[in-house]
Design a protein around this ligand. Structure first.
Ligand code: MN
Length: 233
């Protein structure tokens, strides 16, 4: 049996509709997992059973995090938020961390997992990080526009077999204070946190870039998904 990987969905507030870019599905499928989409549910029993149904959880990208998730008031430059998704994913993340499920958290996901574990998030990089580089690229989704330095000895370093790679970038938020029990494993040239890992779980990794959009051009990034799916076994 292949590992079952639950993938959280984006949420359209206007149409009250769950949706997901197919990139995530293809990457999990190619890496040997069974992708299953997880919609927002409000019922605790339902959510708890979802956690037990899957071997791993992929937190996908999407809208901004409600600053309430990390105890702040909204700044002017905060973008659209999807509060029902936030409540659902925060609880999902807490239960998944408690169950030591394999977790890969991408873009919004890295911020979500950090907030779920008690960390904070920059609501808007441009107004909160001095001399920041461009983190919301206007380039094809697969194209890596900026460099990241990877911490030697981290799981990410052993997966990518490198101290430095170039990645794509589609975020205006980022991890600020890292949650306790997590360590920073990659940073951009401006110091913005690009990857974190849990120190207390078998595989809990957050990535600010979108490897699901890069692996078809650069197979290196497929290794992230393979490692994640294997960790779910
Ligand atoms: Mn970036």
């Amino acid at each position: 049996m292949r590992p079952v990987i639950g993938i959280t969905c984006a949420h359209d507030n206007e149409l009250d509709r769950a949706y997901l870019n197919q990139f995530y599905v293809r990457a999990v499928e190619k890496a040997g997992g069974i992708p299953v989409l997880l919609p927002i549910v409000g019922d605790g029993v339902c959510l708890n059973q979802m956690v037990h149904m899957v071997d791993g959880l992929l937190f996908s990208g999407g809208a901004d995090l409600d600053p309430l998730c990390f105890g702040q008031e909204p700044m002017n430059r905060l973008g659209e938020i999807t509060p029902e998704r936030d409540f659902f994913e925060l609880e999902l993340a807490r239960q998944a961390l408690g169950a030591d499920l394999a977790i890969l958290a991408i873009c919004r996901g890295i911020q979500l997992i950090n907030a779920a574990a008690g960390g904070t998030v920059y609501q808007d990089i441009n107004s909160q990080v001095a001399h920041s580089i461009k983190h919301f690229q206007k380039a094809p989704r697969w194209y890596p526009t900026h460099r990241i330095s990877i911490k030697p000895g981290s799981q990410l370093a052993s997966i990518l077999q490198s101290k430095e790679v170039r990645v794509n970038s589609f975020h205006h938020q980022a991890v600020a204070d890292v949650a306790s029990g997590f360590k920073v494993t990659a940073v951009a040239p401006d110091g913005v946190i690009e990857a974190i890992e849990s120190e207390n779980h078998k595989f809990v990794m957050g990535l600010q870039c979108h490897p699901e959009c890069m692996w078809e051009k650069d197979e290196t990034f497929l290794r992230v998904f393979k490692y994640f799916v294997e960790a779910g076994r």
